[in-house]
Design a protein around this ligand. Sequence first.
Ligand code: PLP
Length: 421
Amino acid sequence: MWRAAAVRVLRGGGAGAPRAASGAAAAQLRQRLESELEDIRGAGTWKSERVIASKQGPHLRLAGGGGGIINFCANNYLGLSSHPEVIRAAVEALEKFGAGLSSVRFICGTQSIHKDLEEKIARFHQREDAILYASCFDANAGIFEALLTPEDAVLSDELNHASIIDGIRLCKANKYRYKHMDMQDLEAKLQEAQKHRLRLVATDGAFSMDGDIAPLREICQLAQKYDALVFIDECHATGFLGPNGRGTDELLGVMDKVTIVNSTLGKALGGAAGGYTTGPKPLIDLLRQRSRPYLFSNSLPPAVVGCASKALDLLMESNAIAQSMAAKTQRFRSKMTAAGFTISGKDHPICPVMLGDARLASVMAEDMLNRGIYVIGFSYPVVPKGKARIRVQISAVHSDEDIDRCVEAFTEVGRKHGALP
Ligand code: PLP
């Protein structure tokens, strides 16, 4: 045995060195994967990851590079990801409740902080109850299957987030897809779906690729007319849309008409991780019994619960943070429009700078980074062909100077690459 180990060490195959699986099947798999990876590179859709060497925030230091990068591509809408009180709350929760539960909630994974956070989320959204998940992806994966049967129907906006699409795939309800924010099409689909026992309209509250906001008032009117329920995914709204940051339903005055809200703790609410569903108590009770990502996955770690809990405290104490977003967003959108760019969406801190051409989006984003502005280009298949863009995300903690520097860099880079005259 020692001899085999010695030979491995001599061949550079000691403990810690990667071991390639042997055999024809493994070789065939490797070949197939390498060819698929090559296809992705060839199609120009390879996503590389930049390594950040500092905390999340408006100013970053990239690994191997200098500091002073202004960050415009995180979902850190309120700047709470590195807020000192949020960090302190995480440390306190870690010390008091430990690293994690090593258990799912219903076995021995529920601590008082999980119950407190669920109660706080329900209070924040003015709903009856809430249930935590490891992510909003999980909340979306769990809800449709638990709630809907083959007797029911779900009507989904065609541009809904991938996690809603996957969640709907997992359920056995009848599926209808309506054109993006097209109320005529939704009405036609609702008429078709009248034959089913229950109808659920599912939409993102704010769409993350376009920065547009679902017409919730109209959706709720149609839902009332055709006796349907409304579900919204508020990942890009919770914490900052509406006068008190409650989200799209507050912004559009329909908090009492939307039945189910799913959202994330991984964006505006501290940015650590986690997701939830909030809504009627019997629904939450049912999810605790039936929702598979809840039943079969570990409880949220205490430090993560501590972050989100503190973020909600800050938001419930004062609406100043939530409101601070709007002026910053307005500054960026109006200055960029005046410079000659087309910004998609309206009044949302997601500000897609529409460029059309995929290569242009990619080279401009690269050149922006050379000027210390971190933004990301999106192209097909993440967005439709011919609709490539650079997505800029404004945060409440960007200074006016940060925003102006971003606009100046866009103007220079846009002229250089022919996106502006
Ligand atoms: N829904 C929407 C609209 C999102 O943008 C995201 C995250 O990108 C998710 C759900 C998933 O959220 P989480 O990161 O909590 O899994």
